[in-house]
Design a protein around this ligand. Structure first.
Ligand code: SAM
Length: 229
């Protein structure tokens, strides 16, 4: 299995044109593509006429699936790992697989990044809030530790970035409204690179008011940026 390769390939976060030439080439050249959801990835593969076989790997995949992937690597198959959106392993289940492959194979498997889109960097690039220093929180916890984290955000002297779902965005904006000084800058970036892309900027009261009044906009995927104190 000497020189077996695992490529961590960034894919688009919405617009299917946002993938690199190298990303497309690698997806064509590897033996198998490990996908979070094969139906989501199949749209990208169709667009670029990529015929490589796929295998699903997601948060609920058990040990049998991991062993199957180990078996492919032992047979000398080159693999690519992709996620449903953006850069694999950033707040998605690929991180656990990567860790398991590292632990099992060490330097026998060469792990190569193929960079590209990521929602957090895309949001920062357009947000207009200083990103000279920022802290990325992934998804906020639903319960345990949530209040402590909201308090930390309210006191942070660094820009904070986190991911949020449509089910929780209003609850989170309400919590931030109670905790934050209204002089802080907020950006909510929604559906980046997609048809209904929207960047909402303002104080926490303004942004909270906007989404409270426009509940039809509480759809899709969100990145929240909170400017430093
Ligand atoms: N690995 C991905 C990346 O590099 O961006 C992130 C995966 S995480 C499981 C998915 C979250 O990313 C979504 O819940 C949302 O918060 C954010 N996200 C993904 N695509 C987005 C988009 N087009 N616009 C805004 N946020 C997005």
């Amino acid at each position: 299995m000497e020189n077996t390769k695992l490529y961590i390939v960034a894919t688009p976060i919405g617009n299917l044109e946002d993938i690199t030439y190298r990303g497309v080439r690698i997806l064509k050249e590897v033996d198998v593509i490990l996908c979070e959801d094969t139906r989501v990835t199949s749209r990208l593969l169709q667009k670029y006429d990529i015929k490589t076989p796929t295998l699903s790997y997601h948060a609920k995949s058990g040990i049998a699936k991991v062993e199957k992937i180990f078996g492919l690597l032992e047979d000398g198959r080159d693999l690519a790992l992709v996620s449903d959106a953006g850069t694999p392993t950033i707040s998605d289940p690929g991180m656990l697989l990567l860790k398991q492959i590292r632990e099992k194979f060490g330097s026998e498997v060469t792990i190569t990044p193929i960079p590209g889109a990521s929602a957090l960097i895309t949001a920062l690039s357009v947000g207009g809030i200083s990103s000279a220093q920022f802290v990325f929180l992934g998804f906020l916890p639903h319960k345990k530790g949530r209040e402590t984290l909201i308090k930390e955000i309210s006191e942070s002297n660094r820009t904070i970035v986190f991911y949020e779902s449509p089910h929780r965005i209003l609850k989170t904006l309400n919590s931030l409204k109670s905790a934050l000084d209204d002089s802080r800058e907020i950006v909510v970036a929604r559906e980046l690179t997609k048809l209904f892309e929207e960047i909402v900027r303002g104080s926490i009261s303004e942004v909270n008011e906007y989404f409270t009044q426009n509940q039809d906009k509480i759809k899709g995927e969100f990145v929240v940026i909170v400017g430093a104190c």
